[in-house]
Write a protein that binds this ligand. Structure first.
Ligand code: ZN
Length: 204
């Protein structure tokens, strides 16, 4: 199948393996069935860097993960998806992250985060076609995502965009070697107009 924009085969492969790791083979089969990704039941995604799944279908799969496994079990799995996606990006987008690693070498942590955040938000905006807004206070970087992709159209009484959190936590760790308490303060899953995230400038 040819897909113009979407999730590369090799990344999807890694994501499916993480589902199997957390939920077992049966869990993966349930997810593939319920998320209408049955074409991957017998044949795992090809190990290619070209897209094999429309982004809209991954968005749907995030929603299915939360509804199928429950929020408590979905949280660590989706955080993991974020981490895996970042590791994939580092590996496959040297133009973005390789260069950034070189450019930021002599910057302080806050400058490093600002630099890499601006670059990656631009990239994410192009990929998902959803606007990302970055603002700043003395204590934190604040990101707002309109039409957030990561809620997977879920309704909840808590913030559920764990993929994003996992991605940024890994990115900040990569850039500075430190852990940051990245968290979501408003989520479309809770009925908010957009999803809002706080990335503290001070490490844990
Ligand atoms: Zn959200």
């Amino acid at each position: 199948m040819m897909v113009e924009h979407g999730v590369p085969g090799s990344l999807l492969n890694i994501i499916f393996k993480s589902v199997e790791e957390y939920m077992g083979e049966k869990g993966l089969r349930m997810l593939l069935t319920q998320a209408k990704m049955t074409e991957f039941l017998e044949n795992p995604p090809p190990d290619v860097d070209t897209p094999v799944l429309e982004t809209e279908r991954l968005k749907n799969a995030i929603g299915v993960v939360i509804n199928l496994f429950g929020e408590k079990a979905a949280r660590p799995l989706l955080l993991r998806w974020g981490k895996l996606s970042f590791e994939y990006a580092i590996d496959k987008k040297p133009a973005l992250f390789g260069l950034a690693g070189f450019v930021t070498k002599f910057m302080g942590d806050e400058e490093k985060i600002r630099f890499i955040l601006k670059k990656s938000l631009k990239e994410a905006e192009n990929f998902y076609g959803a606007p990302h807004f970055l603002t700043e206070t003395p204590d934190s970087f604040n990101v707002e995502i309109k039409n957030c992709f990561y809620c997977g159209n879920v309704k909840s009484d808590q913030c559920v965009c764990w993929v994003t959190i996992g991605f940024w936590k890994s990115m900040l760790k990569w850039a500075t070697g430190k852990d940051y308490d990245v968290h979501e303060t408003e989520c479309m899953a809770m009925g908010a107009e957009s999803c809002k995230y706080v990335l503290p400038k001070k490490a844990i």
